[in-house]
Design a protein around this ligand. Sequence first.
Ligand code: FES
Ligand code: FES
Length: 156
Amino acid sequence: MIRFTLNDRDYEYSGDDDTPLLWVLRDSAGLTGTKYGCGTGQCRACTVHVNGQARRACVTSIKSVTGQTVTTIEGLSHDASHPVQQAWRETNVAQCGYCQSGQIMAVAAMLERRPAPSDEDIDREHRNICRCGTYPRIRKAIHRAAELSRKEPDNE
Ligand code: FES
Ligand code: FES
């Protein structure tokens, strides 16, 4: 039995220890906001937080999160009020939307360690792929999210 915290609740998984976290989230926990893109750690559509750090759920085994805290897009905020979610809406970032939960989770983690990223920081650190090419809006929304985070330091 593998136990961990999932979106602020205790969660237990009794399947294979080597199952990727992504499939436990989607198929066992029913949290389908986290997406499958490549399955090989390349695209980052599956980004979630493990202890507040961005992790690719497709290449993270479920046993490696034993006792850890996992947050998915469903748990980033209770009412979609996280500064990154606000900025994404204001900026109308999404096109097809498929990559966007991974984008948002990656940016939320980045802003925790780098509250005011420059364009160079974004180019270097934000590596999520968007097949629709929404990169200019992603960049704009990251700057806006950083601004909103500074105004709402206690916002989760
Ligand atoms: S689905 Fe995980 S990195 Fe592509
Ligand atoms: S919005 Fe379509 S893949 Fe990113």
